[in-house]
Design a protein around this ligand. Structure first.
Ligand code: SF4
Length: 890
């Protein structure tokens, strides 16, 4: 009988349950776990494609030292001795860990214990600093603890949901599905507050396309408006809060009237008034916020401006009410729980004397850190100053994700010793490592993660790790042992670590701290998904918090914060006139080390893009599909242009996923400045002044190869996984003298029969490499954009041998007869491309998303693509209308 393993998705903070089945033929299938409260059986396009990413080809299989394979013993001895040498010579603060929301809670816990309790420094920070540090800081300022008050069900129980700086449809797709279903059933009023018109706007009753960074002004205006019209829950405010008068005074000063709010935010006064009225009159409101709020030089103030509105109205901790921060990473919350942030201690305790002493006693720690450590941006700056001598990067890629990535790369170069633990053989950070340690990944590892609603779930292994990969927690404990701390790190299993984590959460707690896992102490590790706090054995976790006050400040009252709108630190000027916003695309995750392995996911956005408004495109001489160069004082990128009228004039959007492993000049963090929020230390990734200009490519090429692609030094290239091949788009502003040599150099060597066609005058060159009649590589070069259909080219790689017709087609650069190309993928679950949709719509029979779903299945599995299907439908119908009008006029 097929074996089923219950685990969770490794991507976003929704934390969906996944059932993985090992089939009789040894393959795996995955489906949403109907019993997991986060997703109730749903998955998004990324989750649905999880088993396609179980590919060991790109894995790091063995430890490496100085670029060469090494024994575990030698590699770990080197890590421990380098760290010990730095600590003994320069002190504990000369070393640092940079860790990740991709780690299991257990690995996070031991990394934090080693650094803060045994090394004696707090220089451990996490890539969650880039994701939600402002929410943590905002929660702590308001609630006295980093507590998310509500849960996912609140999105279904609310009568109004406000989504601020959150493209829920793409970044938390299963929550979007739940909200869409709720809207269908009960007519939830949805407002999207976002400078961009994103896919999420598809279900919005109102889209407030405010100017980037003006959120504090908008919510101060709301606070002041509600207070003025008597919408205050006086009972709640008087019994459970302090600071309301000061916050109101600040809000009134900052936002004296709706007209001035609208002006600063770049909105219509009537729209702002509508929003305020609906918010004021709707008792059940949830305000969801995400990276658009957090990744800002005023991120913490934005969080508190939102929380203020919920405190004023007492809309917190009740069903269907509350401010709700949704996290990007699968275990950002677990990291917050163990103290993965440099400015927190452990189990939601801070660096106050009592907590330092409590944790010291619990850990029996010989050398407790006495103060917060360096936050991410400061940490890499400290390497530049020679303060950090040894760095251990775990499960993250700061060379791609940190702001001012060029400077971070120089820091990695300068650092005396860099260790990297990762599951992949190559990424941009590994390039700088002295020692690389292979780790297990999803499907192989054992542990827990916490999602955005405080729900702890298990990730369970269902396959063997390849090569010599080991669990992160096991590697960290091994190093700790070699540094002389073996007794404190002698865990047998991940479950042992979780037990200690639960015990620390309960230690001298007695209700004084929000994070409490008392109910899991002494219990089997095989527990079902559960929310914290869980104060009693056998009881359930607490679903919601703070409806009756009980905040974790000294007087147990929540704090209103008096905040005032301030502009983002850097504003556009004549040299850099546009604002760069960054974010995710629907089907990719982080730096694509996993999602990049799926051919289906790769086709949704096959190339790194810059999205800009049609007016800006015209102003800068750019057309859809052309190439553009983006520049900031920090760096440059070359990207494919997407003209999008959902983009605000004066701003551009670039995805975060591309890196030097799969593209040239497409790391957007190279442009982003290292400006941070003064409270949270979170970088401002959504407001960098940039310039844009055309990148004048003299030619474009499509290189398709069965083997490993060879790195290109051209001005633009990017690759995706295809069906049985790799697809590489290339362009350059320089001519090539010998095209056949260029083509041969782009693909794997070996004996090949080369077919070639060249038209130097027309600028077209085409080559095909065959082995025993089977296609190994194909290269198409053109001065124009007339490159062949990807579907057709990929189909040639599936043939055992090419006949005369196929060979002629490759040299002609097009399919014999009428080949149809599905185009960029819209529905990844059923491989329905934009051209499939256009053809179906042109037919005249499918004039709704539902009709398209019935005929093509598109949108009927995870539903993540429904907004895009609707957008294609609208565009095509608009085109058809214009054509009809034209015909009538003619
Ligand atoms: Fe994974 Fe998608 Fe669920 Fe996020 S919404 S956890 S990416 S299946």
């Amino acid at each position: 009988m097929a074996e089923v393993v219950r685990t969770t998705c490794p991507y976003c903070g929704v934390g969906c349950g996944v059932l993985v089945t090992k089939e009789d033929d040894g393959s795996y299938t995955a489906q949403g776990d109907p019993d997991h409260p986060a997703n109730l059986g749903r998955l998004c396009s990324k989750g649905s494609a999880l088993v396609e990413t179980l590919d060991d080809n790109a894995r790091l299989l063995y430890p490496q030292m100085d670029g060469k394979r090494a024994f575990w013993d030698k590699a770990l001895a080197r890590v421990s001795s380098e760290f010990k040498y730095a600590i003994d010579t320069y002190g504990p603060d000369s070393v640092a860990f940079y860790v990740s929301g991709q780690l299991m809670t257990e690995a996070y816990y031991v990394a934090n214990k080693l650094m803060k309790g045994y090394i004696g420094s707090a220089n451990i920070d996490t890539n969650s600093r880039l994701c939600m540090a402002s929410s943590v800081a905002g929660h702590k300022r308001a609630f006295g603890s980093d507590t998310v008050p509500g849960n996912y069900e609140d999105l279904e129980l609310a009568d109004m949901v406000v989504l601020v700086g959150s493209n829920l449809a793409w970044c938390h797709p299963v929550l979007y599905q739940r909200l869409t279903a709720a809207k269908r059933e009960r007519g939830t009023h949805i407002v999207v507050v976002d400078p961009r018109k994103t896919a999420t706007c598809d279900i919005a009753d109102q889209h407030l396309a405010l100017k980037s960074g003006t959120d504090v002004k908008l919510f101060n205006g709301l606070l002041s408006h509600m207070a003025e019209l008597g919408s205050t829950d006086r009972g709640f405010a008087q019994a459970h809060t302090t600071g309301m008068d000061e916050a109101l005074e600040a809000a009134r000063f900052d936002a004296p009237d709706i007209r001035s709010v609208a002006e600063v935010c770049g909105l219509d006064t009537a729209d702002v008034l509508d929003f305020y009225k609906t918010f004021r009159r709707t008792p059940k409101v949830v305000t969801v916020y995400s990276q658009g709020v957090n990744q800002s030089s005023r991120g913490t103030d934005k969080v508190n401006a939102i929380i203020n509105c919920h405190l004023l109205t007492g809309r917190i901790g009740k069903p269907g009410c509350g401010p709700f921060s949704v996290t990007g990473q699968p275990n950002a919350m677990g990291g917050r729980e163990v103290g993965g942030l440099a400015n927190t201690l452990a189990a939601h305790m801070d660096f106050d004397d009592a907590s330092i002493d409590r944790v010291r006693r619990f850990w029996n720690a010989p050398r407790m850190a006495q103060q917060p450590g360096l936050k991410a941006v400061d940490l890499f700056e400290a390497i530049h100053r020679g303060k950090i001598k040894a760095l251990w990067v775990m499960a993250t890629n700061p060379a791609v994700s940190m702001p001012d990535a060029n400077r971070v790369r120089r820091a990695l170069e300068l650092c005396q010793f860099v260790a990297v633990s990762d599951c992949v053989a190559h990424n941009d950070t590994i390039t700088y490592a002295d020692v690389v340690l292979p780790t297990t990944t999803w499907g192989e590892r054992d542990g827990t993660v916490t999602n955005s609603e405080r729900r702890i779930s298990r990730q369970r292994p269902f396959r063997d790790a390849p090569g010599e990969a080991r669990e992160d927690w096991d590697i960290i404990c091994d190093v700790a042992g070699r540094m002389g701390y073996g007794a404190a790190f002698s865990y047998e299993t991940a479950g042992d670590i979780f037990q200690e984590h639960a015990e620390l959460s309960a230690f001298e707690n007695n209700g004084s701290r929000d994070f409490d896992l008392s109910g899991l102490m002494g219990q089997p590790y095989e527990f079902a998904p559960v929310q914290w706090p869980l104060r009693h054995r056998g009881g359930g976790g607490q679903e919601r918090m703070f409806a009756e006050g009980g905040f974790y400040t000294p007087d147990r009252r929540a704090r209103f914060l008096a905040v005032r709108y301030q502009q983002a630190v850097h504003q556009p000027d004549t040299a850099y006139p546009l604002v760069l916003n960054t974010g995710r695309v629907r089907d990719h995750w982080h730096t694509m080390t996993r999602t990049g392995l799926s051919a289906r996911l790769g086709r949704h956005r096959a190339e790194p893009t810059v999205e800009l408004h049609p007016g800006d495109a015209e102003r800068y001489g750019l057309v859809d599909g052309s190439l553009a160069k983006l520049a900031s004082p920090q760096g440059e990128a070359v990207l494919r242009v997407r003209v999008d009228d959902g983009q605000q004039p004066g701003s551009v959007f670039v995805p975060i996923h591309w890196n030097d492993t799969n593209s040239a000049n497409a790391v957007v963090s190279r442009l982003v400045g290292a400006v941070t929020d003064p409270v949270s230390g979170q970088p401002e990734s959504k407001h960098t002044p940039v310039s844009v200009s055309a990148y004048n490519a003299k030619w474009q090429a499509l290189v398709v190869t069965r083997g490993l692609p060879v790195a290109s030094d051209n001005g633009y290239w990017t690759q995706i996984t295809g069906e049985g091949c790799v697809l590489i788009a290339v362009a350059d502003s320089e001519d090539v003298a010998d095209w056949l040599s260029w083509a041969r150099d782009r693909v794997d060597g070996g004996d090949r029969d080369w077919l070639s066609y060249s038209d130097p005058a027309g600028g077209s060159h085409r080559f095909a490499a065959l082995q025993n009649g089977m296609l190994q590589a194909a290269v198409f070069v053109s001065r124009h954009s007339d490159l062949p259909s990807l579907d057709w080219v990929q189909a040639q790689f599936a043939l055992d041998a090419l006949g005369d017709v196929e060979r002629a087609g490759l040299l002609a650069g097009r399919a014999p007869g009428d080949a149809f190309d599905s185009g960029p993928m819209v529905c990844s679950c059923f491989s329905v491309g934009i051209n499939d949709l256009r053809r179906a719509i042109a037919d005249g029979t499918m004039l709704s998303v539902e009709a398209i779903g019935e005929a093509l299945q598109a949108g009927t599995n995870c539903g993540s693509c429904k907004p895009e299907i609707q957008a294609v439908l609208d565009q095509e119908l608009q085109k058809a209308e214009v054509n009809t009008l034209r015909q009538e006029v003619a």
